[in-house]
Design a protein around this ligand. Structure first.
Ligand code: COA
Length: 381
């Protein structure tokens, strides 16, 4: 190809990297300074001072709630937490040996069948459905988890906070204040992250003017992948495989030699440390010490120490969330579902934003297949 031909050649941005696909006011990421803002509020402040309910309100409404608004919103969430009976019955028919994210994907689709407003259009109806989806998602995740263990799902408790009730429905025990705070932090930090793959998938689906349940079902399918939300499950598998701090060096060398992926490292947007990672890291350290079992945290630190200079990439949100959730007694295969129970807020906020100024999303392909050719009958090929 000559230089002038190369200049005329269409430019493809593989993976749409760097392409500005729409205006958005939900979340701002600065990949160079490692800053993450939800509606203008720094994630560090929200991690320290906020709750999941308050963060969800902020992401949906654009402003932090007043005390009265927060009270009303929290009761609306609590009121929507119970599953319709047919959805619960459906969950009981789901095989217990499939990935929980597969069960969740199907369950959300089924939940849409029993939402009387499912096909209703307009901001108010979609906002109501967003609240229902946010609340239902946690109940679904907990029910899937318990059924996989051969236990009955638990009815939600309105006397607990969102994070507290979620922990209760997962374990059957009233969580301690510390455990509730840890769950709250996980939910706040995973709630939103701009045009990531699952959120963009939700926007693409919503932009066709289908129903919001279809958009969220698609988003769950995208989050499940191990290059996206599925990475946290893979990180725990890595930690299990490595087994001890002493094995880290050998494992890192072997993984590098076979050009393997270091799950939980690298990011499509951040060129610096993922601002969410330090919060999860610190909590993992604390819980490891409190439990008298710092091994999982220490192994993670040793992996980070070796992989960062080797790869030139930092750890992302999924890396320390693995040891942290392991300390919280959450099984690895459920990690991505916990992520979904939080990211539902970001998905819905983006669907609402997309629909407020909708345009169907339809990029073009740079066709590189054969020129037009003649059809040959099957017997003559
Ligand atoms: C997140 C991720 C998908 C971003 O991909 P990306 O935007 O293509 O990132 P980059 O442009 O920086 O990566 C370019 C190359 O660096 C290398 N690279 C990036 N992350 C790597 C990792 N964690 N381990 C090994 N090599 C990696 C790969 O060679 C990659 O090329 P590939 O796409 O052919 O595999 C990628 O870093 C990754 O696969 N990470 C591991 C999975 C993970 O933790 N996902 C959760 C993200 S929050």
């Amino acid at each position: 190809m000559t230089t002038s031909e190369a200049m005329k050649a269409p430019q493809v941005s593989k993976g749409l990297k760097g392409v500005l696909a729409a205006d958005s006011s939900v979340c701002d990421i600065n990949g160079s300074t490692g800053k993450l803002l939800y509606r203008g509020y720094n994630i560090d402040d929200l991690a320290e001072h906020s709750t999941f309910e308050e963060t969800a309100y902020l992401l949906f409404q654009g402003e932090l709630p007043t005390a009265d608004q927060l009270k009303k919103f929290s009761s609306e969430l609590a009121a929507a937490a119970a599953l319709p009976k047919p959805v619960l019955e459906f969950l009981k028919t789901v095989p217990t040996d499939i990935p929980p994210m597969t069960a969740l994907r199907s369950a959300v689709s089924v939940a849409g069948e029993y939402d009387p407003q499912a096909e209703e259009e307009g901001h108010e109806a979609n906002y109501r459905k967003s609240i229902r989806l946010t609340s239902t998602m946690a109940t679904l995740v907990a029910a899937i988890h318990r059924l996989r263990q051969g236990k009955e799902p638990l009815a939600p408790r309105a006397d607990l906070s969102f994070a507290g009730n979620f922990s209760y429905m997962l374990t059957g025990e009233t969580p301690t204040a510390d455990h509730t705070k840890a769950m709250d932090l996980i939910l706040i930090l995973h709630a939103e992250h701009s045009f990531n793959a699952s959120t963009f998938a939700a926007r693409v689906i919503a932009a066709t003017l289908t129903d919001i349940y279809s958009a969220i079902t698609g988003a769950i399918g995208a989050l499940k992948g191990k290059l996206h939300g599925g990475a946290n499950t893979e990180v725990l598998k890595t930690l299990m495989e490595v087994g001890s701090v002493d094995n880290v060096g050998k494992w890192v060398e072997e993984t590098r030699a076979k050009k393997g992926k270091f799950m939980g490292f690298g990011h499509a947007v951040y060129h610096t440390e993922d601002p969410r990672a330090k919060h999860l890291k610190e909590l993992s350290r604390r819980l490891g010490n409190e439990k008298g079992d710092p091994k999982w945290y220490e192994m993670s630190v040793e992996i980070e120490k070796r992989v960062v200079p080797l790869l030139g990439k930092h750890c992302n949100v999924d890396f320390y969330s693995a040891s942290l959730q392991h300390y919280m007694g959450i099984p690895g295969e459920l990690f991505t579902c916990i992520f979904a129970a939080s990211r539902i807020v970001g998905w819905c906020a983006h669907v609402l934003e997309q629909l407020a100024d909708n345009k169907i999303i339809r990029p073009s392909a740079n066709y590189v297949g054969p020129e037009e050719r003649s059809y040959v009958e099957v017997g003559s090929r």
